[in-house]
Design a protein around this ligand. Structure first.
Ligand SMILES: Nc1ncnc2c1ncn2[C@@H]1O[C@H](COP(=O)(O)OP(=O)(O)O)[C@@H](O)[C@H]1O
Ligand SMILES: [Mg+2]
Length: 163
């Protein structure tokens, strides 16, 4: 437990950061609060959060591995069509935990209890993005956030009751 306590204001090891964003359908359907609360109740920490309409350049960078796929252009059109709620989420194993919370990419396969399994019907409009690896998380966070927008803090419950 002591290992993850902050030393000199910095969180030590064992925690990860991941980029999460709620896609325009989540904002337009008024489900922001319901979805963010699922992330909070799990015990993860919101290190950064902002509502923005992403530029084409930002969306293309985030989804660049899919360039050339038939769904790529419509996906970029969709994600840039309205507001998204972008977050940096921090905590132990944040990347894997978030991927489990969101569920499988295609809502047909996403289990009930996951965000996609509970709120989505359509593979493109599947509500939420979460980075799939440490390397991609680092890259994706930089696309939407500057370092001064990411806050370092520790909730009192973390050390005592969560980690
Ligand atoms: N076959 C598809 N048809 C339409 N859209 C798709 C398809 N596959 C993926 N997408 C869209 O592209 C996004 C990125 O795909 P991918 O990285 O495979 O999924 P994930 O978001 O689960 O990491 C998906 O969240 C979804 O919005
Ligand atoms: Mg992905």
């Amino acid at each position: 437990m002591d290992k993850i306590l902050r030393k000199g204001g910095k969180r030590k090891g064992l925690t990860e950061r991941t980029l999460v964003f709620l896609k325009p359908e989540a904002v337009m359907r008024g489900l922001v609060g319901k979805i963010v609360s699922r992330i909070e109740r799990r015990g993860l920490t919101i290190a950064a959060m902002k509502l923005l309409q992403p530029t084409r350049k930002q969306a293309e960078k985030i989804y660049e591995v899919h360039k050339g796929m038939n769904f790529y252009e419509p996906l970029i059109d969709h994600v840039t069509s309205g507001p998204i709620l972008a977050m940096v989420i921090e905590g132990p194993n944040a990347i894997s935990i978030l991927r489990n919370i969101i569920g499988k990419t295609n809502p047909i396969e996403a289990q009930p209890g996951t965000i996609r399994g509970d709120f989505a019907l359509n593979v493109q409009k599947n509500m939420i993005h979460a980075s799939d690896s440490l390397e991609n998380a680092k890259k994706e966070i930089k696309i939407l956030f500057s370092s001064d927008e990411i806050l370092e803090y520790q909730k009192p419950t973390e050390a005592q009751y969560m980690f």
